[in-house]
Design a protein around this ligand. Structure first.
Ligand code: GCU
Length: 690
């Protein structure tokens, strides 16, 4: 399949920051009241960007940058000593019709600036009063799975669907990093403050970012810094051997500890505001502490000790499982692995370690139960890991707005609600911001481990391949700042900023296409939470048995009578026992298990009747036919409004929707045919199945 992709275009799409988005601020008199000297390189760089922002907005729209005494319409005030907001936060006070944004740091002020931009005219006309704004998550991070070299299988960006890397090109850091600064600007406008700039699978070339290439890392950090985004590196646990020539990487070996301390000292000498290290260890072939009979607390604490003198962080991933499983072995359940490895280590991780947990126990599937690890480690700083890149949700060829899904995950209440319903109580968002039940004082004081996600950005002219995938990056950032925001409202914000002068019809069409697109994607792919069924390797398109007889631990167990994975305590793998009440019982019982996760937790006959009233097999047929009809409606709706957006956007979206429809038909026909042949049960409505 071919796409009209214009990678490497020098002038990338403005995404949610087109000049028009600055009309309300840019036509006014703006004052930057920041006489106070600022402390760090980061502060100075961000302050310089604020000056540029004001000049650019007023220069484009005819406003003026004036002094604080010249009755400005908007004042941005830096008050380093002020106790009114946390470092990244800001206060907006509106008196006499004039908003004043106050912050303790330039980064806080920058967030305040973008807040006013986002509000547009409403920032100047709304009710008087004072609002405090602060990010819910102290750490708001994007992980780039970018390789410096083009990897023979994974390419320049592992699971990247937006062209090449914005950081690297064929073996070197790009000479021109202006696009990296433009990216940091987009991130700052949605509240992201950290980026890990290389793949968690650290290959030989990329390992050297930590040593020989530090000056190049420093250049990338300098390109991200003006918008308050701090740089992190993914490192290999075997680095003391592969880079340092030591005979071991044993975390308890003194020479190994010294090597990591020196490595950290060298990094911070080059990049004083460096954020820290990200580690994938003992996972899918990456080296780790198991080789020395040590556990993951030993491994993480080794690096934590090395970065601690610099206030650095270690993001240690909990994605640890056996990827060489024998498919014949029904007693091993990959879903159990992260909990089994990590929950017993609660309380042993150093204060500057963040254990980064994928939202589900398997691997970013379109529908999975929420990881029970998130409810099991109150004495550990836990981060939630999401995937903005659409590895398993259509690879940015399919329109699939993920905001509603992330919102659902962040609102999930791992302990249920006090009144026994599932609508309240402590939520995942509370756990990862340090407010979980029994959170240790250190965890609460640090604000937990925050939220991280794999980025979907590349050097594609639209940044994200599918222009609509920009909305996912936008919504992710906004949700890290405030997990209670409504996903439909966030989409609306993105539409307003991205498509200036949006007509009511275009707005309605974008909502019609995107609001439920995640559920539409779910409808035509793997049913009822069973997951996978994708083509092995690249993970695009249907292959129902593609992973069934592989070592990866991702099986659906369909036979002629039924389908699903028995993860109950009573008769299955016991995975349900990893949840606290009420979920351990809700999921255990067929009576109470939610339909959309039924096959994740239970193996049932095709004739099992869902809470919705239809049988499993009829549900498979109905959702797959309906999913394709919904995509047909998306295609038709786009044609009604495409003329309202620039030609290049219209064309790219049209081409992607055509591919989405082709792919959805393929999914429908393969899945329906597979289950008709397995079960022998015809569609009650007699539709065409092959
Ligand atoms: C998935 C993905 C890999 C990635 C891994 C990870 O398995 O397919 O490309 O390396 O997740 O999160 O580490």
């Amino acid at each position: 399949m071919t796409f009209d992709i214009d990678f490497g275009t020098p002038a990338p799409h403005a995404a949610w920051l087109p000049d028009e988005a600055f009309a309300a601020v840019g036509t006014r008199r703006l004052a930057l009241d920041a006489a106070a000297p600022t402390a760090t390189d980061l502060d100075r760089a961000v302050l310089a960007s604020l000056v540029t922002e004001l000049d650019r907005a007023t220069g484009t729209h005819g406003g003026a940058v004036v002094g604080a005494a010249d009755s400005p319409d908007l004042v941005l005030r830096l008050e380093p000593g002020s106790a009114t907001s946390p470092p990244d936060g800001f206060t907006v006070a509106r008196t006499d019709g004039r908003p004043t944004v106050t912050a303790r740091t330039p980064t806080g002020l920058l967030h305040g600036w973008f807040h006013v931009v986002r509000r547009g005219e409403a920032a100047f006309t709304g009710p008087e009063g004072t609002e405090q704004h602060a990010p819910a998550a102290a750490l708001r991070m994007l992980d780039h799975w970018d390789n410096v070299d083009v990897h023979p299988v994974m390419g320049q960006v592992e699971r990247g669907y937006s062209g090449g890397s914005i950081f690297y090109d064929a073996g070197v850091v790009r000479a021109d990093l202006t696009r990296v600064t433009a990216y940091a600007r987009l991130l700052a406008a949605v509240g992201i403050d950290r980026a890990c700039i290389n793949n968690v699978n650290v290959h030989a070339r990329e390992a050297r970012l930590l040593t020989d290439d530090l000056p190049e890392v420093a250049r990338i950090a300098a390109a991200l810094r003006p918008y308050g985004v701090r740089t992190h590196l993914a490192v290999s646990f075997a680095a003391p051997m592969t880079l340092g020539g030591l005979p071991t990487s044993d975390p308890l070996d003194d020479a190994v500890r010294a090597w990591w301390r020196d490595a950290a000292d060298r990094v911070w000498a080059q990049v004083p505001d460096f954020g820290g290290f990200v580690v994938k260890a003992d996972s899918e072939g990456q080296p780790g502490p198991f080789a020395y009979g040590r556990d993951h607390a030993d491994g993480a604490n080794l690096l934590a000790e090395a970065v601690a003198p610099h206030d650095g962080l270690v993001h240690w991933r909990a994605f640890v499982y056996n990827h060489t499983q024998d498919w014949r072995d029904r007693s091993t359940d990959r879903a159990r692995a992260a909990f089994d490895h990590f929950a017993p280590l609660d309380g042993r991780f150093a204060d500057n370690v963040v254990v980064q947990v994928k939202h589900g126990p398997l691997d970013f599937q379109t529908r999975e139960a929420v990881s029970p690890v998130l409810a099991a480690m109150p004495r550990t700083r836990l981060a939630l890991e999401l995937q903005v890149t659409q590895e398993y949700t259509g690879q940015q060829r399919h329109a699939c707005y993920l905001g509603p899904w992330w919102s659902e995950l962040l609102r999930f209440a791992p302990w249920g609600a006090d009144d026994g319903t599932t609508g309240g109580g402590t939520r995942v968002a509370d756990v990862v911001t340090g407010h979980g039940p029994d959170a240790a004082p250190g965890v609460a004081a640090a604000g937990g481990g925050g939220i991280a996600a794999v980025s979907n950005v590349g050097d594609d002219r639209f940044w994200t391949g599918h222009p609509f995938a920009q909305a996912n990056l936008y919504a992710f950032g906004r949700l890290t700042w405030d997990p209670t925001l409504d996903a439909t409202d966030l989409l609306d914000e993105w539409i307003t900023l991205t498509f200036p002068d949006t007509s009511a019809d275009l707005r309605a069409a974008l909502h019609a296409i995107l609001d439920d697109s995640w559920r539409t994607y779910e409808a035509y792919t793997a049913p009822l939470g069973v997951g996978f069924m994708v083509r092995p390797g690249h993970h695009y398109g249907p292959d129902v048995d593609g992973y069934e007889y592989t070592p990866w631990g991702t099986y659906h167990f369909a036979d002629r009578d039924g389908i699903g994975v028995d993860r109950t305590r009573a008769t299955g793998t016991g995975y349900t026992g990893q949840y606290p009440a009420p979920w351990r019982d809700v999921y255990e019982s067929l009576e109470t298990c939610p339909d959309d996760l039924l096959l994740f937790f239970h193996h049932v006959p095709y004739t099992h009747v869902l809470h919705s009233g239809v049988t499993v097999i009829q549900h498979v047929y109905d959702t797959h036919f309906a999913g394709v009809e919904q995509v047909e409606a998306m295609v038709a709706r786009w044609e009604e409004v495409a003329a309202e957006v620039p030609d290049d956007v219209a064309r790219r979206v049209r081409e992607r929707l055509a591919e989405q429809l082709r792919s959805a038909v393929e999914w429908r026909d393969q899945v329906n045919t597979y289950f008709l042949r397995k079960s022998g049960i015809p569609d009650a409505r007699g539709r065409t199945i092959y």
